[in-house]
Write a protein that binds this ligand. Structure first.
Ligand SMILES: [Zn+2]
Length: 401
């Protein structure tokens, strides 16, 4: 399959905008959006929604839900809203949901706060691949389609809590999924440029143990150690993983006791699980819940859990969508291998809500979530072209896959 003349004009237009893409990336990387930094999140959301509105989108700001209390996090007005920018064109038979997150994992006040270009065609900066590069190319792709006059129907969601579990924005992502035909998320490509077509699911838990405090010297036998109760359970958790089956469980941080000369009455551990399917998810849930005690006798153990990101197995609709993306890549002279990953993202939620979704359509790079996060600068233009033409073909309906 080769590019149509119109698609070639889109690709050329994007190639012409290479410098503007880099400038835009520099601007967005320089606005801190980690750790619920509201001024940066608000500014980034404002800049992007204004550009989408210039393309005819209408913006709805949707207030977020609270996280479970044991996970902490912002409440009430501190919860950032999700922007939902909708733009439909009557002649398009299909509509695309584009999911982007504004937040990064980086401290707003750290030294790592701007884009630094290196000699080897890469640059470093907070969020440069995860996912400011993806946001920048997606807005530019829609602008290039508009410039060339290619019709497209899309909704672009901009949430601010993907890195902390999408608790605030999950409801709106699910409801938007129901009214679209295809989901595209802007997470970075895997290290070799692969498209992730299969993802594990993930969940959080907290195990709390309660005992009775006592002075170690005067009344040791009156005490019931919460730390010992927790430690016994952590040993049991240590025996649970079966990585060959994709059953993964990790514990940390752990907290317990305040001073050495008192029997501790409270201890707690937090942890994360990964699973390839609902069966293993249920198995992990059952084994963790069995660590709880019944009744009020001490020591008492209580489990809280939130398995919030369902697994994203390869379903036929997603495979067909991935094959269409590969076809676009090949007509641009790019290759697009497929891969699996244990990482999770909002694509897990979109697909679980019934929407065929591919989610690594952002830029290429590496060092995600570290102070060495880097982007391959070539990929700005390449991946913008891929995204633009894929959106055009999906909006036009049909399936060549
Ligand atoms: Zn991300």
């Amino acid at each position: 399959v080769t590019l149509s003349q119109q698609e070639q004009r889109v690709a050329d237009e994007i190639a012409r905008r290479g410098d503007a893409l880099l400038d835009d990336l520099r601007r967005h990387v320089g606005i801190p959006t980690g750790k619920n930094h509201r001024p940066g999140l608000d500014e980034t959301r404002q800049r992007l929604t204004e550009r989408l509105e210039r393309l005819g989108a209408t913006t709805e700001l949707v207030q977020g839900d609270e996280k479970p209390a044991w996970l902490g996090g912002p409440t009430g007005d501190e919860i950032p809203p999700t922007a939902v920018c909708r733009r439909s064109q009557g002649e398009c038979p299909s509509s695309v949901l584009i999911a982007g997150h504004l937040d990064t994992v980086h401290e707003p006040e750290s030294d790592f706060r701007e884009l630094t270009i290196r000699d080897d065609g890469t640059a470093t900066g907070p969020g440069c691949v995860d996912m400011k590069g993806g946001l920048v190319i997606a807005v530019a792709a829609l602008e290039a389609l508009e410039h060339v006059g290619v019709p497209a129907s899309w909704t672009f969601t901009l949430n601010s809590d993907e890195e902390t579990g999408t608790y605030h924005s999950e409801r709106v992502l699910r409801s938007e999924s129901a009214s679209h035909d295809f989901g595209l998320a802007l997470e970075p490509a895997l290290a070799d440029g692969s498209l992730a077509v299969e993802r594990m699911g993930s969940g959080q838990f907290q195990l709390e143990c309660f005992g009775r405090s006592a002075h170690v010297g005067r009344a040791f036998t009156d005490g019931v150690s919460a730390v010992t109760a927790l430690a016994e359970r952590l040993v049991a958790i240590g025996a649970m993983p079966d990585p060959a089956r994709g059953k993964i469980i990790n514990v940390g941080p752990v907290r317990g006791g305040a001073v050495t000369n008192a029997v501790p009455d409270y201890a707690a551990a937090w942890g994360n699980v990964r699973f390839p399917d609902q069966g293993v998810s249920d198995e992990l849930a059952g084994e963790l819940e069995a660590l709880q005690t019944q009744g009020e006798a001490l020591p008492r153990a209580v489990l809280h859990r939130s398995f919030n990101r369902p697994a994203k197995p390869l379903i036929p609709g997603t495979e067909a969508l991935a094959l269409r993306a590969r076809e676009v890549a090949e007509s641009l002279g790019q290759s697009l291998p497929f891969a699996k990953t244990g990482g999770v993202c909002d694509g897990n939620i979109l697909q679980d809500a019934g929407l065929p979704t591919i989610d690594t359509l952002g830029v290429r790079g590496g060092g995600l979530h570290t102070p060495d996060e880097w982007i391959e600068l070539h990929s700005l233009v390449e991946r913008c072209q891929l995204l633009a033409i894929l959106i055009a073909r999906l909006s036009a309906g049909g399936s060549e896959a």
